[in-house]
Design a protein around this ligand. Structure first.
Ligand SMILES: Nc1ncnc2c1ncn2[C@@H]1O[C@H](COP(=O)(O)OP(=O)(O)OP(=O)(O)O)[C@@H](O)[C@H]1O
Ligand SMILES: [Mg+2]
Length: 416
């Protein structure tokens, strides 16, 4: 994806979490470019030349025309690049090179901007393709101002969890090609390898007989990725219930929990809710709301979702299931992987014939279809919640409270 697409004279910014494999990826890109005549130059500001060499040797035969300059000095790096006239310059990383004359320390806004501008100038005047490696903030965004994105031609996010093998390369901004395209790679001993089909990595360990596991199809560029969204609920021990999101958007989780409580009668006020996406991927698009809601509802009721069921849809505050983009790709990928039923928003067009699109207009309806009509009344029973209820209401009232759960009122009854 990168090696074939680096336009001469262009500047590309690749950013990602520590340890995700940025240096590895770019060394591989350099190795595949180095065989094409002109030299390639790595400005290594984070690792010494022997460290780079060790990694390069692990990844494959050492490319002849790969030059490494281990320095943090921006002016030195720029001068070397002008002298060598490489086809490709990689700067690892743009936050660790600095112009000593400027006073500010490396990583300071002024230094990062100066580095981007210096290498952009180099790209324009020598025709070299420049790739800058960038660090991310705690939230996973590019460190430094968004304005940096305007100074470069292409911005590529390198995503994945360093404890998992799968990596996603996403063109966030692209002046010379389509944005939103993704490349999938697997990190192994010999570096990153293409992943033609991620499904075995993403769904291989799924246990569909356990409550709290929902499957959804995400849309990434032109492709669709089927991932497992998991949820777990446990009785809240201390005061405020916790909502913990891993790989799903924390605000979406909070919202989905509120909607389940208020619109679908799933009682979660006394429960800690954990949600995650298996495989180290992130499912932050709105279409992950419905599977998230179903996973949480399944966890709270203790009823597993059917193994052949996939779901996709945005959830609104009224509890409605809203239309999402790329339904055709999602349905096609679901069908390819053998899912036979897909819960989708009402207006979804027909998909492939081997998968049944079940159109739903609300979360409550989706839960009835996926978990059975009586599931909502069971909310809280699989956890400590019912036990707490019994301490405050008479035994005879328990049945009533459980029945009221379907209308989202049980905890009100308990509080009075
Ligand atoms: N000897 C090794 N064998 C197998 N895999 C390794 C080895 N060394 C490193 N790795 C893999 O490479 C990853 C680190 O890759 P890399 O250094 O390219 O990441 P990075 O994004 O450049 O990190 P940083 O932000 O720290 O520079 C490790 O998390 C590990 O998965
Ligand atoms: Mg690195």
């Amino acid at each position: 994806m990168l090696a074939g697409g680096l336009v001469p004279g262009s500047v590309t910014l690749v950013f990602g979490e520590p340890g995700v494999g940025k240096s590895t990826l770019l060394l591989q890109v350099m190795a595949s470019t180095a065989g094409r005549g002109r030299p390639v130059l790595l400005v290594s500001a984070e690792e010494s030349a022997p460290q780079v060499r060790a990694r390069a040797e692990r990844l494959g035969p050492l490319p002849e025309s790969l030059y490494v300059l281990a320095t943090t000095d921006l002016t030195e790096a720029e001068a070397a690049a002008r002298q060598l006239r490489p086809a490709l310059v990689v700067v690892d990383s743009v936050q660790t090179v600095a112009d000593p004359a400027m006073g500010a320390s490396a990583g300071a806004l002024s230094q990062v901007r100066a580095a981007v501008e210096a290498f952009a100038g180099l790209a324009r005047s020598t025709g070299a393709a420049v790739v800058l490696v960038g660090h991310v903030t705690k939230d996973g965004d590019l460190a430094g101002p968004r304005a940096l994105e305007h100074l470069v031609d292409t911005v590529v996010a390198f995503e994945g969890d360093r404890h998992h093998a799968l990596r996603l390369l996403r063109a966030v901004k692209h002046r010379f090609g389509p944005a939103g395209e993704v490349g999938l790679f697997e990190m192994g001993d010999r570096g990153l390898a293409d992943v033609p089909d991620p499904a075995p990595l993403l769904l291989g360990d799924r246990r569909s007989d356990v409550a709290g596991s929902a499957v959804t199809a995400l849309v990434e560029g032109r492709r669709s990725l089927v991932v497992e969204v998991q949820a777990l609920t446990t009785g809240t021990v201390a005061g405020t219930p916790r909502r913990t999101a891993l790989g799903v958007d924390a605000r979406r989780l909070t919202t989905v929990v509120a909607v389940l409580e208020a619109r679908a009668g799933i009682l979660l006020a006394e429960l800690d809710v954990f949600a995650s996406v298996a495989g180290g991927l992130r499912a932050t698009e709105p279409s992950a709301d419905l599977p998230l809601a179903l996973a949480v509802a399944s966890a709270a009721t203790g009823v597993p979702l059917p193994a052949d069921l996939l779901s996709s849809g945005e959830v609104g505050l009224a509890g409605e299931v809203r239309q999402v983009i790329g339904a055709d790709r999602r349905l096609a990928e679901a069908a390819r992987l053998g899912f036979t039923r897909v819960l989708v928003p009402r207006a979804t067009p027909a998909g492939p014939s081997d998968v049944t699109a079940i159109r739903v207009s609300s979360v409550a309806e989706a839960i009835s279809v996926a978990l059975g009509p009586s599931a909502r009344g069971r909310a809280g029973r699989a956890t400590g919640a019912t036990a707490e209820v019994t301490t405050e209401v008479t035994a005879g009232a328990i049945a009533e409270v459980t029945a009221m759960a379907g209308r989202g009122m049980a905890h009100q009854g308990r509080l009075r």
